[in-house]
Write a protein that binds this ligand. Structure first.
Ligand SMILES: Cc1cc2nc3c(=O)[nH]c(=O)nc-3n(C[C@H](O)[C@H](O)[C@H](O)COP(=O)(O)OP(=O)(O)OC[C@H]3O[C@@H](n4cnc5c(N)ncnc54)[C@H](O)[C@@H]3O)c2cc1C
Length: 383
Protein backbone atom coordinates (compact mmCIF):
# COMPACT_ATOMS: atom_id res chain seq x y z
CA UNK A 1 0.00 0.00 0.00
CA UNK A 2 1.27 3.47 -0.97
CA UNK A 3 -0.24 6.44 0.86
CA UNK A 4 -0.10 10.09 -0.19
CA UNK A 5 -2.16 13.30 -0.28
CA UNK A 6 -2.61 13.25 -4.06
CA UNK A 7 -2.00 10.51 -6.63
CA UNK A 8 -1.42 11.65 -10.22
CA UNK A 9 -1.75 9.05 -12.96
CA UNK A 10 0.12 9.83 -16.18
CA UNK A 11 3.40 11.72 -16.34
CA UNK A 12 2.88 13.49 -19.63
CA UNK A 13 3.18 17.25 -19.60
CA UNK A 14 -0.18 17.67 -17.83
CA UNK A 15 0.42 15.12 -15.07
CA UNK A 16 4.08 16.00 -14.50
CA UNK A 17 3.36 19.71 -14.04
CA UNK A 18 0.34 18.96 -11.84
CA UNK A 19 2.47 16.75 -9.58
CA UNK A 20 5.19 19.39 -9.37
CA UNK A 21 2.78 22.18 -8.41
CA UNK A 22 1.09 19.98 -5.80
CA UNK A 23 4.45 19.14 -4.28
CA UNK A 24 5.49 22.79 -4.30
CA UNK A 25 2.28 23.49 -2.35
CA UNK A 26 3.41 21.00 0.29
CA UNK A 27 1.36 17.92 -0.64
CA UNK A 28 2.82 14.42 -0.62
CA UNK A 29 2.44 13.22 -4.22
CA UNK A 30 2.71 9.96 -6.10
CA UNK A 31 3.16 10.17 -9.90
CA UNK A 32 2.50 6.94 -11.72
CA UNK A 33 3.21 6.05 -15.36
CA UNK A 34 4.13 2.66 -16.86
CA UNK A 35 6.18 4.09 -19.74
CA UNK A 36 7.65 7.20 -18.10
CA UNK A 37 7.60 10.92 -18.93
CA UNK A 38 7.81 11.84 -22.61
CA UNK A 39 7.66 8.21 -23.75
CA UNK A 40 7.29 7.55 -27.46
CA UNK A 41 3.63 6.52 -27.25
CA UNK A 42 2.58 9.57 -25.25
CA UNK A 43 1.31 12.79 -26.76
CA UNK A 44 4.11 14.64 -24.97
CA UNK A 45 6.86 12.61 -26.68
CA UNK A 46 8.93 13.73 -29.66
CA UNK A 47 11.31 16.59 -30.20
CA UNK A 48 9.53 19.89 -30.13
CA UNK A 49 6.31 21.81 -29.59
CA UNK A 50 5.31 25.33 -30.51
CA UNK A 51 4.74 27.86 -27.79
CA UNK A 52 2.91 30.90 -29.16
CA UNK A 53 0.86 33.56 -27.45
CA UNK A 54 -1.68 34.07 -30.25
CA UNK A 55 -4.91 32.11 -29.88
CA UNK A 56 -7.47 33.99 -32.00
CA UNK A 57 -10.40 35.00 -29.76
CA UNK A 58 -9.60 32.44 -27.01
CA UNK A 59 -8.20 34.76 -24.38
CA UNK A 60 -7.70 32.22 -21.61
CA UNK A 61 -5.18 30.34 -23.75
CA UNK A 62 -3.25 33.54 -24.52
CA UNK A 63 -3.13 34.21 -20.78
CA UNK A 64 -2.04 30.65 -20.00
CA UNK A 65 0.65 30.75 -22.72
CA UNK A 66 2.08 33.97 -21.31
CA UNK A 67 2.16 32.50 -17.82
CA UNK A 68 3.48 29.13 -18.97
CA UNK A 69 6.40 30.60 -20.89
CA UNK A 70 7.60 32.28 -17.70
CA UNK A 71 7.57 28.92 -15.90
CA UNK A 72 9.19 27.00 -18.74
CA UNK A 73 12.03 29.52 -18.78
CA UNK A 74 12.33 29.40 -15.02
CA UNK A 75 12.58 25.60 -15.10
CA UNK A 76 15.21 25.82 -17.84
CA UNK A 77 17.18 28.18 -15.60
CA UNK A 78 16.81 25.92 -12.55
CA UNK A 79 17.83 22.76 -14.35
CA UNK A 80 20.45 24.29 -16.63
CA UNK A 81 18.86 22.55 -19.61
CA UNK A 82 17.89 24.05 -22.96
CA UNK A 83 14.13 23.52 -22.83
CA UNK A 84 13.05 26.55 -24.88
CA UNK A 85 14.42 27.92 -28.15
CA UNK A 86 13.35 31.50 -28.85
CA UNK A 87 13.02 31.12 -32.62
CA UNK A 88 10.12 33.56 -32.96
CA UNK A 89 6.79 32.40 -34.36
CA UNK A 90 5.56 33.61 -37.73
CA UNK A 91 1.86 33.37 -38.55
CA UNK A 92 0.94 33.61 -42.22
CA UNK A 93 -2.66 34.61 -42.90
CA UNK A 94 -4.87 35.84 -45.72
CA UNK A 95 -5.84 39.53 -45.67
CA UNK A 96 -9.32 38.95 -44.26
CA UNK A 97 -8.41 36.19 -41.76
CA UNK A 98 -10.68 36.69 -38.74
CA UNK A 99 -8.62 34.46 -36.42
CA UNK A 100 -5.45 36.45 -37.10
CA UNK A 101 -7.41 39.67 -36.51
CA UNK A 102 -8.51 38.44 -33.06
CA UNK A 103 -4.98 37.28 -32.33
CA UNK A 104 -3.62 40.76 -33.03
CA UNK A 105 -6.21 42.40 -30.79
CA UNK A 106 -5.52 40.08 -27.83
CA UNK A 107 -1.75 40.28 -28.17
CA UNK A 108 -2.10 44.07 -28.01
CA UNK A 109 -4.41 43.83 -25.00
CA UNK A 110 -1.96 41.61 -23.09
CA UNK A 111 1.14 43.56 -24.01
CA UNK A 112 2.70 40.74 -26.04
CA UNK A 113 5.39 41.98 -28.41
CA UNK A 114 4.57 41.36 -32.07
CA UNK A 115 5.03 42.80 -35.55
CA UNK A 116 2.64 42.84 -38.45
CA UNK A 117 4.31 42.25 -41.80
CA UNK A 118 2.51 43.35 -44.95
CA UNK A 119 2.97 41.09 -48.00
CA UNK A 120 5.95 43.04 -49.38
CA UNK A 121 7.80 42.94 -46.07
CA UNK A 122 6.96 39.29 -45.50
CA UNK A 123 8.50 38.44 -48.87
CA UNK A 124 11.56 40.62 -48.26
CA UNK A 125 12.26 39.25 -44.80
CA UNK A 126 11.64 35.59 -45.65
CA UNK A 127 12.75 35.04 -49.25
CA UNK A 128 12.79 31.25 -48.62
CA UNK A 129 9.00 31.26 -48.26
CA UNK A 130 6.73 31.54 -51.27
CA UNK A 131 3.70 32.98 -49.49
CA UNK A 132 0.15 32.51 -50.68
CA UNK A 133 -1.17 35.49 -52.68
CA UNK A 134 -2.77 38.24 -50.54
CA UNK A 135 -1.18 37.06 -47.33
CA UNK A 136 0.42 38.95 -44.47
CA UNK A 137 2.48 37.97 -41.49
CA UNK A 138 2.19 38.33 -37.75
CA UNK A 139 5.47 37.73 -35.97
CA UNK A 140 5.86 36.94 -32.25
CA UNK A 141 9.61 37.43 -31.64
CA UNK A 142 9.60 36.14 -28.04
CA UNK A 143 7.81 32.85 -28.77
CA UNK A 144 9.32 29.68 -30.19
CA UNK A 145 9.83 25.99 -29.56
CA UNK A 146 9.81 23.86 -26.42
CA UNK A 147 12.05 20.77 -26.51
CA UNK A 148 9.16 18.42 -25.74
CA UNK A 149 10.59 15.13 -24.49
CA UNK A 150 13.49 16.84 -22.74
CA UNK A 151 11.16 19.39 -21.17
CA UNK A 152 8.62 16.92 -19.77
CA UNK A 153 11.44 14.74 -18.45
CA UNK A 154 12.92 17.83 -16.79
CA UNK A 155 9.57 18.56 -15.10
CA UNK A 156 9.34 14.98 -13.81
CA UNK A 157 12.97 15.05 -12.64
CA UNK A 158 12.36 18.33 -10.82
CA UNK A 159 9.33 16.69 -9.20
CA UNK A 160 11.44 13.70 -8.12
CA UNK A 161 14.12 16.05 -6.76
CA UNK A 162 11.53 17.85 -4.65
CA UNK A 163 9.99 14.63 -3.34
CA UNK A 164 7.36 13.41 -5.83
CA UNK A 165 7.36 9.61 -5.51
CA UNK A 166 7.37 8.07 -9.00
CA UNK A 167 6.12 4.58 -9.78
CA UNK A 168 6.15 2.70 -13.10
CA UNK A 169 2.79 0.94 -13.07
CA UNK A 170 -0.57 0.99 -14.88
CA UNK A 171 -3.54 2.25 -12.93
CA UNK A 172 -7.00 0.73 -13.36
CA UNK A 173 -10.14 2.87 -13.60
CA UNK A 174 -11.93 3.14 -10.25
CA UNK A 175 -15.31 1.52 -9.70
CA UNK A 176 -18.08 2.81 -7.44
CA UNK A 177 -19.12 6.33 -6.50
CA UNK A 178 -18.79 8.97 -3.78
CA UNK A 179 -15.32 9.47 -2.31
CA UNK A 180 -12.53 7.28 -3.66
CA UNK A 181 -10.26 5.98 -0.89
CA UNK A 182 -7.78 4.00 -2.94
CA UNK A 183 -6.91 3.15 -6.54
CA UNK A 184 -5.35 -0.13 -7.61
CA UNK A 185 -2.69 -0.80 -10.24
CA UNK A 186 -2.77 -3.66 -12.75
CA UNK A 187 -0.29 -5.58 -10.58
CA UNK A 188 -2.37 -5.07 -7.44
CA UNK A 189 -0.53 -2.19 -5.69
CA UNK A 190 -3.03 -0.11 -3.69
CA UNK A 191 -2.63 3.65 -3.71
CA UNK A 192 -4.51 5.47 -0.97
CA UNK A 193 -4.89 9.24 -1.36
CA UNK A 194 -7.12 12.17 -0.55
CA UNK A 195 -7.42 13.11 -4.23
CA UNK A 196 -6.67 11.40 -7.52
CA UNK A 197 -5.82 12.92 -10.89
CA UNK A 198 -6.19 10.93 -14.09
CA UNK A 199 -3.94 12.72 -16.62
CA UNK A 200 -3.68 9.84 -19.06
CA UNK A 201 -3.89 11.84 -22.31
CA UNK A 202 -5.08 9.70 -25.25
CA UNK A 203 -5.69 6.74 -22.90
CA UNK A 204 -8.51 8.53 -21.07
CA UNK A 205 -11.22 7.24 -23.44
CA UNK A 206 -10.00 3.66 -22.86
CA UNK A 207 -9.97 4.11 -19.09
CA UNK A 208 -13.41 5.74 -18.98
CA UNK A 209 -15.22 4.41 -22.07
CA UNK A 210 -18.67 5.13 -20.67
CA UNK A 211 -18.39 8.90 -20.56
CA UNK A 212 -15.14 9.66 -22.44
CA UNK A 213 -15.18 6.94 -25.09
CA UNK A 214 -16.67 9.34 -27.62
CA UNK A 215 -15.76 12.64 -25.99
CA UNK A 216 -12.00 12.37 -26.46
CA UNK A 217 -10.93 11.14 -29.88
CA UNK A 218 -7.25 10.30 -30.45
CA UNK A 219 -6.26 11.00 -34.06
CA UNK A 220 -3.21 9.93 -36.02
CA UNK A 221 -0.80 12.80 -36.81
CA UNK A 222 2.27 12.46 -39.04
CA UNK A 223 5.41 14.50 -38.43
CA UNK A 224 8.36 14.66 -40.84
CA UNK A 225 11.90 16.04 -40.74
CA UNK A 226 13.56 17.06 -44.00
CA UNK A 227 17.26 17.73 -44.49
CA UNK A 228 18.43 20.96 -46.10
CA UNK A 229 21.79 20.81 -47.92
CA UNK A 230 24.87 20.57 -45.69
CA UNK A 231 25.99 24.10 -46.64
CA UNK A 232 22.52 25.63 -46.23
CA UNK A 233 22.24 27.28 -42.80
CA UNK A 234 19.13 29.28 -43.68
CA UNK A 235 16.72 26.92 -41.91
CA UNK A 236 18.46 27.02 -38.55
CA UNK A 237 17.12 28.87 -35.46
CA UNK A 238 18.10 32.51 -35.62
CA UNK A 239 17.81 32.39 -39.40
CA UNK A 240 14.32 30.94 -39.58
CA UNK A 241 11.29 31.03 -37.25
CA UNK A 242 8.59 28.53 -36.39
CA UNK A 243 5.91 29.03 -39.07
CA UNK A 244 2.15 28.57 -38.79
CA UNK A 245 0.32 28.74 -42.09
CA UNK A 246 -3.31 29.83 -41.76
CA UNK A 247 -3.58 30.29 -45.53
CA UNK A 248 -3.86 26.52 -46.03
CA UNK A 249 -6.96 24.73 -44.64
CA UNK A 250 -4.77 21.88 -43.28
CA UNK A 251 -2.94 24.46 -41.13
CA UNK A 252 0.61 23.22 -41.74
CA UNK A 253 3.30 24.18 -39.23
CA UNK A 254 7.09 24.02 -39.46
CA UNK A 255 10.09 24.26 -37.16
CA UNK A 256 13.62 25.33 -38.05
CA UNK A 257 16.34 22.70 -37.63
CA UNK A 258 16.60 22.03 -33.88
CA UNK A 259 19.39 19.81 -32.59
CA UNK A 260 20.37 19.13 -36.20
CA UNK A 261 17.34 16.95 -36.82
CA UNK A 262 16.13 18.67 -39.96
CA UNK A 263 13.29 20.98 -40.92
CA UNK A 264 10.18 19.67 -39.17
CA UNK A 265 6.80 19.87 -40.84
CA UNK A 266 3.32 18.56 -40.00
CA UNK A 267 -0.32 19.26 -40.74
CA UNK A 268 -2.55 20.33 -37.88
CA UNK A 269 -5.69 18.92 -39.59
CA UNK A 270 -6.92 15.82 -37.78
CA UNK A 271 -5.98 12.41 -39.16
CA UNK A 272 -7.97 9.18 -38.72
CA UNK A 273 -8.77 7.69 -35.29
CA UNK A 274 -5.78 6.06 -33.60
CA UNK A 275 -4.97 3.66 -30.77
CA UNK A 276 -2.05 4.97 -28.63
CA UNK A 277 -1.02 1.44 -27.54
CA UNK A 278 -1.09 -0.47 -30.79
CA UNK A 279 -1.52 2.05 -33.65
CA UNK A 280 0.91 1.74 -36.58
CA UNK A 281 3.50 4.50 -36.28
CA UNK A 282 4.90 4.41 -39.79
CA UNK A 283 4.19 7.15 -42.34
CA UNK A 284 1.70 6.67 -45.15
CA UNK A 285 2.81 7.26 -48.76
CA UNK A 286 -0.10 9.71 -49.12
CA UNK A 287 1.02 11.69 -46.08
CA UNK A 288 4.54 12.03 -47.49
CA UNK A 289 3.23 13.00 -50.91
CA UNK A 290 0.93 15.68 -49.46
CA UNK A 291 3.76 17.22 -47.46
CA UNK A 292 6.10 17.19 -50.45
CA UNK A 293 3.53 19.06 -52.56
CA UNK A 294 3.17 21.64 -49.81
CA UNK A 295 6.96 21.97 -49.36
CA UNK A 296 7.44 22.52 -53.09
CA UNK A 297 4.82 25.27 -53.08
CA UNK A 298 5.75 27.11 -49.89
CA UNK A 299 9.44 26.27 -49.31
CA UNK A 300 10.75 25.51 -52.83
CA UNK A 301 14.37 25.20 -51.60
CA UNK A 302 13.27 22.06 -49.74
CA UNK A 303 11.41 20.56 -52.70
CA UNK A 304 13.84 17.64 -53.08
CA UNK A 305 15.20 17.55 -49.53
CA UNK A 306 15.57 14.01 -48.18
CA UNK A 307 13.22 12.78 -45.46
CA UNK A 308 15.55 12.26 -42.47
CA UNK A 309 13.22 11.17 -39.69
CA UNK A 310 9.54 10.82 -38.98
CA UNK A 311 7.11 10.29 -36.14
CA UNK A 312 3.50 9.34 -35.83
CA UNK A 313 1.93 10.80 -32.73
CA UNK A 314 -1.67 11.31 -31.70
CA UNK A 315 -3.79 14.26 -30.72
CA UNK A 316 -6.39 13.59 -28.03
CA UNK A 317 -9.20 15.79 -29.25
CA UNK A 318 -12.24 17.04 -27.40
CA UNK A 319 -15.21 18.14 -29.47
CA UNK A 320 -14.24 21.84 -29.40
CA UNK A 321 -10.49 21.64 -28.76
CA UNK A 322 -10.99 22.97 -25.21
CA UNK A 323 -9.21 20.97 -22.50
CA UNK A 324 -11.01 18.69 -20.06
CA UNK A 325 -10.29 19.66 -16.45
CA UNK A 326 -13.15 18.57 -14.25
CA UNK A 327 -14.28 16.14 -11.59
CA UNK A 328 -15.11 12.54 -12.41
CA UNK A 329 -18.92 12.44 -12.70
CA UNK A 330 -19.16 9.78 -9.93
CA UNK A 331 -16.35 10.73 -7.54
CA UNK A 332 -15.92 14.05 -5.73
CA UNK A 333 -12.18 13.63 -5.26
CA UNK A 334 -11.22 12.26 -8.68
CA UNK A 335 -10.13 14.69 -11.40
CA UNK A 336 -9.99 14.16 -15.14
CA UNK A 337 -7.30 16.17 -16.88
CA UNK A 338 -6.65 15.91 -20.60
CA UNK A 339 -8.03 16.72 -24.02
CA UNK A 340 -4.90 18.65 -25.04
CA UNK A 341 -6.32 18.56 -28.60
CA UNK A 342 -3.07 19.21 -30.43
CA UNK A 343 -2.22 22.43 -28.57
CA UNK A 344 -1.85 21.44 -24.92
CA UNK A 345 1.89 21.07 -24.42
CA UNK A 346 2.81 24.72 -24.02
CA UNK A 347 0.16 25.12 -21.31
CA UNK A 348 1.55 22.44 -18.99
CA UNK A 349 2.72 24.89 -16.30
CA UNK A 350 -0.46 26.99 -16.16
CA UNK A 351 -2.67 23.92 -16.38
CA UNK A 352 -0.81 22.14 -13.58
CA UNK A 353 -1.05 25.21 -11.39
CA UNK A 354 -4.80 25.40 -12.07
CA UNK A 355 -5.35 21.71 -11.24
CA UNK A 356 -3.39 22.08 -7.99
CA UNK A 357 -5.59 25.08 -7.10
CA UNK A 358 -8.76 23.11 -7.90
CA UNK A 359 -7.69 20.27 -5.61
CA UNK A 360 -6.87 22.61 -2.75
CA UNK A 361 -10.19 24.42 -3.22
CA UNK A 362 -8.60 27.68 -4.39
CA UNK A 363 -10.13 27.62 -7.88
CA UNK A 364 -13.41 26.73 -9.54
CA UNK A 365 -13.91 24.52 -12.59
CA UNK A 366 -13.82 26.75 -15.71
CA UNK A 367 -16.93 26.18 -17.76
CA UNK A 368 -15.05 25.70 -21.02
CA UNK A 369 -12.99 22.91 -19.40
CA UNK A 370 -15.98 21.12 -17.91
CA UNK A 371 -17.11 17.62 -18.84
CA UNK A 372 -20.60 18.99 -19.51
CA UNK A 373 -19.29 21.09 -22.42
CA UNK A 374 -17.66 18.09 -24.13
CA UNK A 375 -19.88 16.81 -26.91
CA UNK A 376 -19.66 13.61 -28.92
CA UNK A 377 -19.60 15.41 -32.27
CA UNK A 378 -16.33 16.98 -33.33
CA UNK A 379 -16.69 20.69 -34.03
CA UNK A 380 -13.30 22.25 -33.42
CA UNK A 381 -13.31 25.87 -32.25
CA UNK A 382 -9.90 26.23 -30.61
CA UNK A 383 -6.70 25.98 -32.64
C1 LIG B 1 2.22 15.68 -33.44
C2 LIG B 1 1.81 16.57 -32.29
C3 LIG B 1 2.10 17.92 -32.37
C4 LIG B 1 1.71 18.77 -31.34
N1 LIG B 1 2.06 20.09 -31.41
C5 LIG B 1 1.86 20.87 -30.35
C6 LIG B 1 2.40 22.17 -30.33
O1 LIG B 1 3.09 22.59 -31.26
N2 LIG B 1 2.18 22.94 -29.23
C7 LIG B 1 1.47 22.50 -28.17
O2 LIG B 1 1.31 23.26 -27.21
N3 LIG B 1 0.94 21.25 -28.15
C8 LIG B 1 1.13 20.43 -29.21
N4 LIG B 1 0.64 19.16 -29.21
C9 LIG B 1 -0.27 18.71 -28.14
C10 LIG B 1 0.43 18.30 -26.88
O3 LIG B 1 1.64 17.64 -27.15
C11 LIG B 1 -0.52 17.44 -26.04
O4 LIG B 1 -1.74 18.12 -25.88
C12 LIG B 1 0.06 17.14 -24.67
O5 LIG B 1 1.35 16.61 -24.77
C13 LIG B 1 -0.85 16.17 -23.93
O6 LIG B 1 -0.22 15.80 -22.72
P1 LIG B 1 -0.90 14.81 -21.71
O7 LIG B 1 -0.08 14.87 -20.48
O8 LIG B 1 -2.36 15.10 -21.58
O9 LIG B 1 -0.85 13.37 -22.40
P2 LIG B 1 0.40 12.36 -22.61
O10 LIG B 1 1.64 13.09 -22.91
O11 LIG B 1 -0.04 11.34 -23.59
O12 LIG B 1 0.59 11.69 -21.20
C14 LIG B 1 -0.27 10.69 -20.72
C15 LIG B 1 0.55 9.70 -19.93
O13 LIG B 1 -0.34 8.79 -19.29
C16 LIG B 1 0.32 7.55 -19.23
N5 LIG B 1 -0.71 6.53 -19.03
C17 LIG B 1 -1.59 6.04 -19.92
N6 LIG B 1 -2.40 5.13 -19.35
C18 LIG B 1 -2.02 5.05 -18.06
C19 LIG B 1 -2.50 4.29 -16.94
N7 LIG B 1 -3.53 3.44 -17.04
N8 LIG B 1 -1.88 4.44 -15.74
C20 LIG B 1 -0.85 5.32 -15.61
N9 LIG B 1 -0.38 6.07 -16.64
C21 LIG B 1 -0.96 5.94 -17.84
C22 LIG B 1 1.05 7.43 -20.56
O14 LIG B 1 2.14 6.55 -20.51
C23 LIG B 1 1.49 8.88 -20.81
O15 LIG B 1 2.84 9.09 -20.44
C24 LIG B 1 1.00 18.27 -30.23
C25 LIG B 1 0.71 16.91 -30.16
C26 LIG B 1 1.13 16.06 -31.17
C27 LIG B 1 0.85 14.60 -31.05
Amino acid sequence: MVTCDVAVFGSGVFGAWTALWLRRAGASVVLLDPYGPGNSRSSSGGESRIIRMGYGPDEIYTQWSIRSLVHWKELAGQTGQRLFEQTGVLWMALEDDVYAGHTKRLLEKHGVEFETLPASELAARYPRITCAPHSWGLFEPRSGALMARRAVQAVAAEGARSGVHQIAEVIAAPAGAGVLREAVTASGTKIAAGAFVFACGPWLPKLFPLFLGRRICPTRQEVMFFGPRADDRRFTPGQFPVCLDLTDPRKPYCFPELDGRGYKIAMDAHGPLFDPDSGDRTLTPQGIADVRVYLAARYPDLRDAPLLESRVCQYENTSSGNFLIDRHPDFNNVWLVGGGSGHGFKHGPALGEHVAALISGHAEVEERFSLATKAEIRAREVF
